[in-house]
Design a protein. Structure first.
Length: 376
């Protein structure tokens, strides 16, 4: 930080007084020091120059502030107030007057809610006779009917200017109402209506292209998309320069949809509830205190170089042994029943182990249920 002589400090403070208290003008005239340093010198010499942090022009006396506020409130321009009182800037007088009025009401409004489409009607707040009110209600009814009939719109507030112009044309032809009344109720200016009405009267510049798009799509039996249609238009006998975006827009406006074939459903053994679901006797407790007390069964699948192999084992939860199993090249009821039948030979007379089985159509049929009862 540079050091300044006492003479330089005194000269800087006097320059501020000569400039009417403007620190900025004094700095420009002297070329030194920084703003913070000059305010520090002023505060040391005269407490009336004390400046609050973040508040410009706060070092002025309260008396001229009050006079400036009174003059601004009376309607005098800030520039005239500054010249009359010797204030350095017109903005200072205006800021004093604004600060004296207190915080703006908009500061305490809370979070700003997003604005949606306005649903106000033309007669909201209307104070007229009963006949005039009835006329306004009839007008709104006509507008809603036109919006539903011509545009299938949900409400007039969601309509574009083009749609409003169509509604105005429909209402003028059916109700005989004046143009001024209709445009005012639909919230569209007369100039915007005239522009859209002229645009509606102009011929469709894409009429020929629409016919060719329809022809190309119907020639492919509606089984090809917009990329095929665009390629056909660009490379046909009479090629035309058209973008995919334009083709997609025409297909959307004309209601041209592509017919997609349904995808083939993947294989699933679940064929619906063809029998009552078995009771869950295991309840995820895959442990047994003795052999042949709890057995589990399921059909698995392994992909081998020679083909698929489907094992159907019977698992004893006591030691993890396999008392019976069967292997086949297809997952069917015969494979599941063969392993269940083989497991019956490993049981002693009177043993009835708990069992679980898969919830598929293979083991849910009558043969599977009969074999399961024998096993249990």
């Amino acid at each position: 930080m540079p050091s300044y002589a006492e003479e330089q400090k005194r000269r800087a403070v006097e320059t501020v007084e000569e400039c009417g208290g403007s620190v900025t003008r004094a700095m420009r005239r002297l070329g030194y020091p920084t703003r913070q340093t000059l305010y520090h010198w002023l505060n040391r010499r005269d407490a009336s120059h004390e400046r609050k942090s973040g508040r410009p022009w706060s070092h002025h006396d309260p008396a001229p502030k009050a006079q400036a506020v009174a003059f601004v409130r009376s309607g005098m321009a800030g520039k005239d107030v500054a010249e009359m009182l010797g204030v350095s800037s017109a903005a200072a007088a205006c800021n004093w007057a604004r600060a004296a009025e207190g915080p703006s009401p908009a500061a305490d409004r809370g979070p700003i809610e997003p604005m949606g489409d306005s649903e106000d009607r033309a007669y909201d707040g209307f104070e007229g006779s009963l006949e005039e009110r009835v006329r306004q209600l009839e007008l709104e009814n006509d507008i809603l009917r036109a919006a539903t009939k011509v545009l299938k719109a949900e409400s007039p507030s969601a309509m574009t200017d083009r749609e409003k112009a169509l509604a105005v044309n429909e209402l003028r032809a059916t109700t005989g109402r004046s143009l001024r009344e209709l445009t005012g109720s639909l919230r569209i200016s007369k100039s915007s209506y005239e522009y859209k009405r002229a645009a509606l009267c102009r011929p469709d510049k894409r009429a020929g292209l629409r016919a060719r798009v329809r022809e190309a799509l119907e020639g492919a039996s509606a089984s090809r998309g917009y990329r095929y249609v665009t390629h056909a238009l660009r490379s046909g006998d009479d090629p035309v320069a058209v973008s995919e975006k334009a083709v997609r827009r025409i297909m959307r406006e004309e209601g041209l949809a592509v017919a997609y074939a349904k995808r083939r459903a993947r294989y699933s053994s679940y064929k619906g509830e063809i029998s009552d679901a078995p009771e869950n006797l295991v309840n995820r407790a895959f442990r047994a205190a003795a052999p042949n007390e709890l057995r589990l069964t399921d059909i698995a699948k392994f992909g081998l170089p020679g083909g698929k192999v489907h094992p159907s084992p019977i698992l004893d939860c006591f030691d993890g042994g396999l008392p019976a199993w069967s292997v086949g090249t297809g997952s069917n009821a015969e494979l599941a029943n063969s392993s269940l039948e083989a497991a019956c030979g490993a049981l002693s007379k009177g043993q009835r182990p708990a069992r679980t089985q898969i919830a598929g159509a293979i083991t849910a049929g009558p043969d599977g249920s009969r074999s399961a009862r024998r096993t249990a």
